[in-house]
Design a protein around this ligand. Structure first.
Ligand SMILES: NC(=O)c1ccc[n+]([C@@H]2O[C@H](COP(=O)([O-])OP(=O)(O)OC[C@H]3O[C@@H](n4cnc5c(N)ncnc54)[C@H](O)[C@@H]3O)[C@@H](O)[C@H]2O)c1
Length: 278
């Protein structure tokens, strides 16, 4: 049977873990060759190996998402290894400047620091926000998304075949949630960047859409899940009463990446268990 991405090539930034990795696996199962691009080498190599072991074709590229040259080198690597670029998913992201995927202890310490600061000053997350934290989150989440689009869109246009870019925003693009403004502002930026890029690239045959997940079971939310107050807050505000699974985001990404969404561009879709029903 022919897959929905048969013979296409997909770059997945942030593909070493979580949502990005789920996209890499799903897209491979649908016939795409995969370039996993991520800061973290070990889980990225393992993710590529798992895809190859399952009969797919994947390799790893070390990427600092906020670095322009690295993004161009990533696009060049995809063309060199697989001959083309058809799909790009920009899942590389951080929830704070010192976020490291998989470091749950670090996440718990960060939450404890934030709780203490807001006990002393309820406005601390805003008024005491470290400007370097703000800059790094915007650099990775927003500028990183722009750089990946810049590095790959031209290649797609020059190929003369339809292409699809899927950015990963968040419910935080439209809901300030709580705490530091860095993350929600970065994701609101990703949403508007997606719409702007969609408008520019539509006449050139490249669609650009965004996914705004609710709370998904990945390293990014693992620390939240260990603190009852946060976990209950998330579950109580999610009408479906549970966090989502990375595969449930990958299936939306597959729709947007594939010809099934051939008339869809500039959209933000929320697989969020009903978060925005209010
Ligand atoms: N998990 C959720 O609930 C949730 C909800 C909404 C949006 N998101 C977004 O989904 C995306 C994927 O997150 P996830 O939940 O799978 O978390 P994750 O930690 O499992 O995956 C994020 C990946 O991005 C990589 N990364 C981080 N900084 C990078 C950099 N500077 N350069 C290259 N790679 C970098 C990490 O190494 C990691 O592999 C992120 O953009 C996140 O903001 C997640």
């Amino acid at each position: 049977m022919t897959g929905r991405l048969q013979d296409s090539v997909a770059i997945i930034t942030g593909g070493s873990n979580g949502i990005g990795r789920a996209c890499a696996e799903r897209f491979s199962a649908e016939g795409a060759k995969i370039l996993i691009a991520d800061l973290l080498t070990e889980p990225g190599e393992a993710a590529a190996q798992a895809i190859n072991d399952a009969g797919g074709t994947a390799s790893f590229f070390e990427l600092e998402a906020a670095n322009p040259e690295a993004n161009h080198a990533m696009a060049a690597a995809a063309v060199e290894r697989y001959g083309q670029i058809d799909v790009v998913v920009t899942a590389a992201g951080v929830s704070s400047a010192d976020y490291k995927s998989g470091d749950i202890e670090g996440g718990l310490k960060r939450m404890a620091r934030m709780a203490e600061a807001s006990e002393n000053n309820p406005a601390a997350a805003l008024t005491e926000l470290d400007i370097d934290d703000w800059r790094r989150v915007l650099d990775v989440n927003l500028t990183g998304t722009l750089l990946a689009i810049q590095a790959t869109a031209g290649v797609m246009v020059d190929q003369g075949r339809p292409g699809s870019i899927v950015t990963i925003a968040s419910i935080a693009a439209r809901d300030p949630l709580w705490g530091s403004p860095s993350y929600p502002v970065s994701k609101a930026g990703v949403w508007m960047l997606t719409k702007n890029a969609a408008k520019t690239l539509a006449p050139l045959g490249v669609r650009v859409n965004s996914i705004g997940p609710g709370f998904i079971e990945t390293n990014m939310t693992a620390a939240f899940s260990q603190v009852d107050e946060f976990h209950e807050g998330i579950i109580n505000n999610t009408p479906m009463g549970r966090k989502g699974r990375p595969e449930e985001i990958a299936s939306v990404a597959l729709f947007l990446a594939s010809e099934d969404a051939s008339y869809v561009t500039g959209e933000l879709i929320h697989p969020d268990g009903g978060w925005f029903t209010g």
